[in-house]
Design a protein around this ligand. Structure first.
Ligand code: Z57
Length: 828
């Protein structure tokens, strides 16, 4: 620490946040001329983006330092959000808006010859996630900062984010997303924070001088975790939290021997192996693939994070039993479940805490969020693989399981099957470690992400655990989205219009204030402005489509959007079958009938996991239909089909505000929540959806007149599936017509779509045929209602007015209150 006489000098020259435009410009030019070693003669948009972002970064770091100091001094409980995915998107616009300096920077760069919009476009997305789960984590850390909670995110610093998608001949083609080509101004490398992580090796135990049995794990391979800190600025507050991402590096000892022996090549190869741990994001959404490297990623990240958290706790010199009073850790899905075992290991093997006391600390520290009931997404690690990679952890899991099963046996002595059902170890060949069960047993609260989903986990996949623990351990926290990015940033015009009625921008911090626009739902002037903004946003999307797909779409048409990961359960296939049905109907129309029809632009977007054959076939069909329909002169403006390649966060910011209708049409009971449904409605689009996930709560909030629901309910799904399996269920006649068109070659070689069609004509696991007529009926209603412009706009306004509940600030408050027991810290 600095002696007090020197501190005065520090204080005199301490960096301040820039205040006005001129100070920003001064900083901007300083970064162009020194950081980038350029000048006004060779400063292009990229360099200008880099200089502007450096200036903003400096400002964030000042606030970051202040926040961290404050949180450390106040020494109150912190929350740590462990997520393998943080789908952040771009940082610059968000940083400016949250810090309230967008006007300054905008006019600041304009004076210097640049347009802020062009600079923003230079930034690559931080695409460190697949879809909903990763984007939720990003919204949550924005809310944790914006509501002044002391909280950190912990994740992996992938060198390659989710792959980039191109469409070649209608097919998805993946290419790597190397997003760190230019240095990343939004991260602070912490080379001094290096943590050794071990894999493999063996365990051994001995009795120490006090007669205590001590377990050691040794002889394994070492890698090093290096921290990179990403500042997370809150909106309208100085609070700037931290997202700590770990990168793997070889340890220095790693290659020493070989290097000395002159075997340079293989010593380098070894180092590269260490770096592969954090190199690439696994591109699966809602799907588990049991690869050793993935388990390595999980342990590497969990071990580094816990080491960091424990080190911070030890600095407070508190007794171990107070750990849960200082630390809450939220497990985003089962991906970080090893943290339960790692903390138990640290406490018993390294810190000498007794098993029971340690286990108490562990369970009081963790909360577990489940995001899916799909069986193919539930993580199970083969015991042999696990034992080889993490031998000591495997032993501890056996112990945890033993104590747990003993407890269950005592409670339910007659229920023999129960023990096998709830065991952490599945008795298959090979045996498997059920990560969700371990997460439940190791946490004090388990939550689902929307009401229906939270009920479903209690009655299906985790039923036995409700019997064992009672219902209070299980709860619901309905997901939310940050209104800063998903309203203010993506749709500034709508945000400005809302502010004129609310009287301020306070709704961005208290989204329930949106209620104040409801009285204007029928106000002609307000409606007019509302419609103008929607049209502007549609034109912005149309310009994007023109640029990326090369054709025009009519902004007066109904924009019907489905953008999300491609998955059979999300039923993009049903959407495209519906589009084909529409196409066939148009082809059969008289000119008179055509005049009555509602023109549509059907927009699709989303990535398929690279190995997911059926999803890739769906993408191909959408593109094939697009090609035929868009070129058909009989159709004209009545129908255009667009597949937007490489859907990502920054594209979502353009697409979401432009929808009239968005589709959230998963088979009932399969979509845990959905969060893009919330984004679309917040931007004045209505939903066409199933009675699933958060659609149900959105309906409750906005009123059932302001949403188009269809399809079977979750409670019927099991029966319907049973019928398909054990009897001949006739194919829906309209769907049969669609399949005939495909099979007759209307959209190219029908062989390509054979398996897609037979997945429906066969077991129809996702009930596409069962829901098809109801879907078409709902679509017809949409067509009719869209013609009535007056009612449509008032429904749109009313829906937005009632979206307050879906702010992620509300979700975070619920977590803080009922799971984490943390409180906000006001900055002084
Ligand atoms: C993922 O994006 C989600 C769940 C998963 O188990 C995995 Br793996 C990835 C999604 C759900 O599918 C959405 O319904 C939900 O809204 C989102 O997680 C956030 O909770």
């Amino acid at each position: 620490s600095i002696p007090s006489e020197s501190r005065q000098v520090w204080q005199k020259f301490g960096v301040k946040e820039f205040g006005g435009k001129e100070e920003f410009q001064q900083e901007f030019i300083r970064h162009v001329e020194t950081t980038l070693a350029r000048s006004m003669y060779n400063c292009d948009d990229l360099a200008a983006y880099q200089a502007a972002s450096q200036a903003i970064r400096d400002r964030l770091i000042v606030a970051w330092n202040k926040t961290q100091q404050e949180h450390t001094t106040k020494d109150r409980k912190r929350v740590y959000y462990l997520s393998l995915e943080f789908l952040m998107g771009r940082a610059m616009d968000n940083a400016m808006l949250n810090a309230g300096i967008k006007d300054i920077t905008k006019s600041g760069v304009a004076d210097l010859g640049f347009k802020i919009e062009d600079l923003l476009e230079q930034e690559p997305d931080a695409a460190l996630g697949n879809g909903g789960l990763g984007r939720l984590a990003a919204c949550f850390i924005d809310s944790i900062a914006s509501t002044n909670y002391p909280g950190w995110g912990y994740g992996l610093r992938y060198q390659y984010g989710i792959f980039k998608q191109r469409i070649v001949d209608g097919y998805q083609v993946e290419s790597p997303d190397y997003w760190l080509t230019f240095s990343n101004p939004w991260e602070i490398p912490r080379y001094e924070i290096q943590i050794d992580i071990m894999f493999y090796g063996y365990t051994r135990k001995y009795t120490n001088d006090d007669g205590k049995v001590v377990h050691v794990w040794e002889g394994g391979e070492q890698v090093q975790a290096v921290a990179y800190d990403v500042p997370v600025p809150g909106y309208g507050t100085e609070t700037t939290n931290n997202l700590r991402l770990w990168a793997s590096k070889p340890t220095r000892e790693f290659d020493f021997e070989k290097f000395n022996a002159g075997d340079y090549e293989s010593s380098v190869r070894e180092s590269q192996k260490a770096e592969t741990i954090s190199a690439v994001l696994y591109p699966n959404d809602n799907f588990y693939s049991g690869k050793e490297l993935r388990l390595k990623q999980q342990y590497f990240w969990v071990a580094a994070s816990l080491n960091d958290i424990v080190r911070r706790f030890k600095k407070t010199h508190r007794p171990w039993k107070e750990f849960p009073d200082q630390v809450a850790i939220q497990l985003n899905d089962t991906h970080p479940t090893l943290a339960v075992v790692e903390l138990q290991r640290i406490l018993i093997d390294m810190e000498g805490v007794e098993w029971d006391a340690a286990w108490n600390i562990v369970t009081n520290t963790f909360g577990y969020t489940n995001h899916t009931v799909l069986p193919e997404a539930l993580e199970k690690w083969p015991v042999p693989l696990f034992t080889n990679l993490l031998p000591r952890h495997m032993e501890i899991i056996y112990e945890i399981n033993l104590f747990f099963l003993q407890k269950v046996e005592k409670m339910f002595p007659k229920e023999r099957d129960l023990l096998a059902r709830v065991s952490i170890i599945e008795e298959s060949t090979p045996q498997q470690v059920r990560m969700a069960y371990l997460a439940i047993i190791g946490s004090h609260k388990v939550n689902g992400v929307a009401e229906l989903h939270s009920e479903l986990i209690k009655t299906t996949i985790f039923k036995d655990f409700v019997t064992i623990y009672g219902p209070d351990k299980f709860m619901n926290v309905t997901n939310g989205i940050t209104p800063r990015r998903w309203l203010h940033q993506a749709n500034p015009k709508l945000s400005d219009l809302i502010a004129t009625k609310v009287g301020s921008y306070d709704f961005l911090k208290d989204l329930n204030l949106l209620k104040k626009i409801e009285p204007f739902a029928h106000d002609p002037k307000f409606q007019d402005e509302w419609v103008t903004i929607k049209k502007f946003n549609k034109a912005r999307l149309a310009a994007h489509i023109k640029q990326s797909n090369g054709f025009d779409v009519n902004v007066n048409a109904l924009f019907d959007v489905q953008v999300k990961r491609i998955h059979e359960y999300k039923r993009q296939q049903m959407n495209v079958f519906g589009v084909i049905h529409r196409y066939l109907s148009i082809k059969a129309m008289t000119e008179e009938e055509k005049k009555e029809a509602t023109p549509r632009v059907c927009v699709f977007g989303g990535k398929s996991a690279p190995g997911y054959y059926m999803a890739k076939t769906i993408i191909k069909l959408i593109n094939a239909v697009s090609e035929v329909v868009n070129a058909d002169a009989d159709v004209g403006d009545l129908l255009k089909v667009v597949f937007i390649a490489d859907y990502n966060v920054s594209k979502a910011e353009i697409i979401v505000p432009a929808s009239d209708i968005s589709q959230h049409i998963s088979t009932a009971g399969t979509e845990a929540s959905g969060t893009s449904n919330m984004k679309f409605v917040l931007n004045g689009g209505l939903i066409l959806g199933t009675v699933d996930g958060a659609n149900i709560e959105i309906t409750r909030e906005v009123g059932e007149n302001n949403i188009f629901l269809f399809g079977h309910l979750a409670e019927s799904v099991e029966d319907l599936r049973h019928k398909h399996r054990f009897s001949d269920v006739p194919l829906d006649p309209n769907l049969a017509k669609v399949f005939n068109a495909i099979e007759s070659g209307t959209f190219g070689d029908p062989n390509i779509y054979g398996s897609l069609i037979s997945s429906v004509t066969g077991s129809d696991y996702y009930l596409v045929s069962d829901d098809f007529q109801s879907y078409l009926d709902a679509q017809k209603l949409v067509d009719q209602d869209f013609k009535n412009k007056d009612t449509w706009v008032s429904r749109s306004i009313t829906a937005v007015a009632n979206m307050g509940f879906f702010s992620s600030d509300r979700a975070i408050d619920e977590y803080a209150e009922s799971i984490w027991n943390v409180e906000p810290i006001a900055m002084e």
